[in-house]
Design a protein around this ligand. Structure first.
Ligand code: IPM
Ligand code: MG
Length: 345
């Protein structure tokens, strides 16, 4: 059956890296007999410019009807003081599709190890996944802004915590069998509930070790002892912060893909980095996060393990061959790097 992939190229370097990701997909598809069609939709700032709204109705409807969604990047300085911001579209899309489970893998490419600001002995063997709750918590609680006071409500239900902790345990079961649940249990009520639920869920996974960590100390250990971790699970805001922090380990945001899953319905795949408006349109952006997001899509939405591995190995080989974009210390353009990856498939 033909798989329907909705693409949201968005803003800045989004359209360029999306094109690169789709070129790689087109190159790998015949090797694995993967039959698909692509439907491109307006999203983010581009949708604000064209349709006055970051998540137009037609975009949401197409996304809901898709088998998977690829998102490149959104945002730009021109929207900083705008009444509607591209980010609102992203949050609305996550909520509407129920994308509660955000998976952000952290791995080190040997060819890029020198880009990491950390000593090589510290990052040796780093291989963990941040599982971030994506549709609850302080992002989606009531926000009140007055001239002299403001508040943001952080709320979690038992069910919301339970389902994200289970995602973490299921992942850990297939990996290093360790879950680190991150909270601020010494202060926050939501965190006290979080820890209780994690303990309850752990009873169903006797083969997986559960450890708890306070977010402040975890932020430190992620840098001093990053190879201690296998699956890190946490609430929305902590996950936002920790996943950016984790990108310091590989030394670049440019190689980090992510997946967001719902209980039912399509998953969404996107780079962790933003829209890099300063280099948009110059043809020098690094397409690897986008290309690896395509690989994640093949594996996690379509069970195309071989296709995902072809892409991942081709990326690894390309980096080892020294074909590097500017952000990675090289001279290759976006199209040169994409062509090299396709040649290595
Ligand atoms: C992310 C981003 C978003 C978030 C922004 C763009 C709203 O930082 O996906 O991590 O905070 O979730
Ligand atoms: Mg973020």
């Amino acid at each position: 059956m033909t798989k329907k992939i909705v693409t949201l190229a968005g803003d800045g370097i989004g359209p360029e890296i999306m094109a690169a990701g789709l070129e790689v997909l087109a190159a790998v598809a015949p090797k694995i007999n993967f039959d698909y069609q692509v439907e491109a939709k307006d999203f983010g700032g581009a949708a604000i410019d064209r349709q006055g709204h970051p998540l137009p109705e037609a975009t949401l409807e197409a996304a809901q009807a898709a088998d998977a969604i690829l998102l490149a990047a959104i945002g730009g300085p021109q929207y900083n003081d705008a009444a509607v911001r591209p980010e609102q579209g992203l949050l609305a899309l996550r909520k509407a599709l129920g994308l509660f489970a955000n998976i952000r893998p952290v791995q080190i490419f040997p060819a890029l190890q020198h880009l990491s600001p950390l000593k090589s002995e510290i990052i040796a063997g780093v291989d963990f996944v941040v599982v971030r709750e994506l549709t609850g918590g302080i992002y989606f609680g009531e926000h009140t802004l007055n001239a002299r006071d403001a508040r943001d409500i952080n709320a979690y239900t038992y069910e919301e915590i339970d389902r994200i902790i289970r995602v973490a345990f299921e992942l850990a079961r297939d990996r290093g069998k360790k879950v680190t649940s991150v909270d601020k249990q010494n202060v926050l009520a939501t965190s006290k509930l979080w820890r209780l639920v994690a303990e309850e869920v752990a009873k169903d996974y006797p083969d997986v070790i559960l450890e708890h960590a306070l977010v402040d100390s975890l932020a430190m250990k992620m840098i001093t002892n990053p190879s201690d971790f296998d699956v890190i699970v946490t609430e929305n805001l902590f996950g936002d912060i920790l996943s950016d922090e984790s990108s310091v380990l590989p030394g670049t945001l440019g190689v980090m893909p992510s997946a967001s899953h719902a209980d039912n319905g399509p998953s969404l795949y996107e780079p962790i980095h933003g829209s890099a408006p300063d280099i948009a349109g110059l043809g020098i952006a690094n397409p690897i996060s986008m290309i690896l997001s395509v690989a994640m899509m093949l594996r996690e939405s379509f069970g195309e393990i071989a296709g995902a591995q072809y892409i991942e190995h081709a990326v690894d080989k390309t980096l080892r061959d020294g074909v590097l974009t500017k952000d990675l210390g090289g001279q290759a353009s976006l199209s040169e790097m994409t062509a090299a990856i396709i040649a290595n498939l």
